[in-house]
Design a protein around this ligand. Structure first.
Ligand code: DHB
Length: 305
């Protein structure tokens, strides 16, 4: 197989696929299983200071071309989760600890605790589209994104990734703010805020009414965001949103992503998706004369050199 290893912010990945936050990443056991199934890195479930039970059911709706979910950031809290991070590192792939918080200070404190627990990098979830007080309000403000990144960088000695919301018209501005704050990379995109209504019942399906749309339906939005961000900042971009096949991953890489995250794809194709997507990327490279993932990076901006 062609060499598809990449290096992102000093993290060496055997391939450019990562498990996205929120899927099979709340226990060491499931993260170890994903590591075994071929993922290049793992992003944990988003963790807060205190345990949270999340939103009332139903919390997920299956749609034609994706999923709509409003889990409500359920998680065991950082103290309990630290053990899982330590254990998950035995899988031999980088563990990226995702954190959320209500204030810049809380996010930074959690980033420090995640690093302390052994995470190889920290991903700031600045972009949950619906959990009130956590995410979108803070993450839609360039100033608050900048401060969150600055404080998180101060609190931990590992790379800090800022996961940005697509639910604004200015994601490139948010990326620039993250860069000013010292973020090592930006992750784009989080889910798109959406809603589904049951016509017979005449009411919203989700317990929380609103939720985040993921999966193939949002891929063109993710590609556009990564493309715009790549032209606006110098720091690496990690692409996420509807990556289901090797060709999807290649699209993101050509838009400017150094690595891609898969979430809903695991639900669509199963855990074997990591190996399959890697095989598909290799196949594409062979057929199109690319020798490394780096050679494909950002080519959509200037055509192939
Ligand atoms: C949740 C959080 C997210 O960041 C997201 O994109 C979707 C759902 C949640 O826990 O509800």
């Amino acid at each position: 197989m062609t060499d598809i290893s990449v290096e992102v912010c000093g993290l060496r990945l055997r391939n450019p696929t990562m498990l996205a936050s929120g899927v099979l990443d709340e226990t060491a056991r499931s993260m170890l299983a994903v590591a075994k199934s071929g993922a290049g890195a793992i992003v944990t479930k988003s963790i807060g200071i205190e345990p949270r039970s999340g939103h009332p059911n139903p919390s997920v709706v299956e749609l034609e071309d994706g999923l709509l979910n409003a889990m409500g950031l359920p998680n065991p809290g950082i103290d309990l989760f630290s053990k899982e991070v330590k254990e998950a590192r035995k899988g031999g792939v980088p563990i990226i600890g995702s954190v959320f918080g209500g204030t810049e200070e809380e996010i930074a404190e959690l980033a420090g605790m995640m690093a302390e627990a052994g995470a190889d990098a920290v991903e700031l979830n600045l972009s949950c589209p619906h959990a009130k007080g956590y995410g979108a309000e803070l993450g839609s403000s360039p100033e608050r994104v900048e401060t969150s990144c600055r404080l998180a960088k101060r609190a931990c000695g590992v790379p800090v990734f800022a996961k940005l919301t697509p639910n604004t018209s200015y994601i490139a501005e948010l990326a620039k703010a993250a860069e000013r704050g010292g973020a090592d990379a930006v992750v784009a995109i989080n889910t798109l805020k959406g809603m589904a209504i049951d016509p017979e019942a005449g009411m919203p399906i989700l317990g929380n009414r609103f939720g985040g749309l993921s999966g193939p339906a949002i891929k063109p939005v993710g590609i556009r965001c990564v493309y715009e961000i790549y032209e606006s900042v110098e720091i690496p971009v990690i692409g996420v949103g509807g990556v289901t096949t090797g060709r999807d991953a290649v699209e993101y890489i050509m838009a400017g992503a150094q690595a891609v995250q898969l979430g809903t794809a695991v639900w669509i194709r199963g855990e074997k998706v990591f190996r399959e997507v890697c095989r598909e990327i290799s196949q594409f490279m062979k057929e199109n004369g690319y020798d490394s993932v780096k050679e494909m990076l950002g080519v959509a901006h200037s055509g192939r050199h």
